[in-house]
Design a protein around this ligand. Structure first.
Ligand SMILES: NC(=O)C1=CN([C@@H]2O[C@H](COP(=O)(O)OP(=O)(O)OC[C@H]3O[C@@H](n4cnc5c(N)ncnc54)[C@H](OP(=O)(O)O)[C@@H]3O)[C@@H](O)[C@H]2O)C=CC1
Ligand SMILES: O=C(O)[C@@H]1CCC=N1
Length: 273
């Protein structure tokens, strides 16, 4: 594991901050001493402290601004303007500001922060919690190469990471940011099919989950396309073709494409508001 000595402070200690913070500790990249977080919600503070044992959690953002080398804005896009107005004049040029909020552009962030603030916009996803995240980031014009490398290091410790042009981040949000929810729907539906046809619930869920994981791993490691891999499963006149026909009839695969399109459009809308 590479050495990472900077401190990271989360403004907002909700679900995504928790996943990132715990993932970074579990990966061994950081110790709890390098992390702090703040959230006005007692429930969120408790949940964060439960998941990241021994971490310092505050009910105001001041300690983050005073102590963190990297400030992560992990709040909802809707509260971003208020938070930026609150913290804007306290951010220093020694600090890197990272936003993980869907839709909020670097331009909007820059406008609310001191001139030449070092900014990076990141779109992670919750599987960072288990070291299987898929994250993308774009750097603002004042962010340094070292800033980008720091963020790459952090995100790499909890999964895969790609630097992209900022205009791709809404689509990334629709695909990998929101995507775990779509995959959970698919797993749920596969498991329900299994229970409908006689399997116990627990076994059906485990088989569905392991099948999704195994199939994803095949795509990631064999170099074969999903279409080619699908062909390997599909015997002429066999069971898979019967299943695929049922899927096509209900336009099941189209529904997933539409889910990504709708989520991307919502991310674009959040950026406009
Ligand atoms: N969840 C996910 O899968 C992903 C989320 N994101 C992005 O991450 C961000 C956070 O999402 P998520 O973790 O799901 O949301 P959560 O609602 O779980 O967490 C946000 C937390 O911020 C708190 N908060 C509100 N106002 C302030 C404030 N002024 N200062 C500090 N904290 C505050 C909220 O408290 P309260 O509830 O009381 O308002 C809440 O606990 C969003 O912008 C989202 O777009 C990005 C990728 C994936
Ligand atoms: O639902 C949301 O808006 C956030 C952004 C990506 C995943 N969750």
């Amino acid at each position: 594991m590479p050495e990472f000595t900077k401190s990271v402070g989360f403004i907002g200690a909700g679900r995504m901050a928790t996943a990132l913070a715990r993932g970074c500790v579990e990966s061994g990249l950081m110790t709890v001493g390098q992390l702090i977080s703040a959230d006005p919600s007692l429930d969120a503070r408790h949940a964060f402290a439960d998941q990241v044992a021994g971490v310092a959690v505050f009910d105001t953002n001041e300690p983050i601004l005073a102590r963190a080398d990297i400030i992560v804005l992990a709040i909802k896009p809707q509260v971003m303007p208020d938070v930026l107005a609150d913290i804007g004049n306290q951010v220093t040029e020694q600090q890197l500001v990272v936003s993980i909020a869907a839709g909020v552009t670097l331009k909007k962030l820059a406008k609310a922060l001191p001139t030449d603030s070092r900014l990076i916009r990141v779109m992670p996803n919750t599987p960072c919690l288990v070291g299987e995240g898929a994250s993308c980031f774009s750097r603002g014009s004042s962010a340094t190469d070292e800033d980008a490398e720091d963020i790459r290091l952090v995100l790499e410790s909890v999964g895969r990471v790609f630097e992209v042009a900022e205009n791709q981040l809404d689509a990334v949000t629709g695909l990998s940011g929101s995507g775990p929810a779509f995959v959970y729907k698919m797993i749920e539906a596969l498991a329900q099919g299994g229970t409908q046809m006689g399997l116990p619930e627990e076994l059906a869920l485990e088989l569905a989950s392991q099948t999704a994981k195994g199939a994803a791993q095949m795509v990631l490691t064999t170099g074969l396309s999903p279409a080619a891999l699908r062909e390997q499963v599909t015997s002429p006149g066999g069971t898979t073709v019967a299943g695929l026909e049922a899927l096509a009839k209900l336009e099941g695969a189209e529904a997933f494409r539409e889910a990504v399109v709708a989520a991307t459009k919502r991310s674009q809308e959040l950026g406009e508001s």
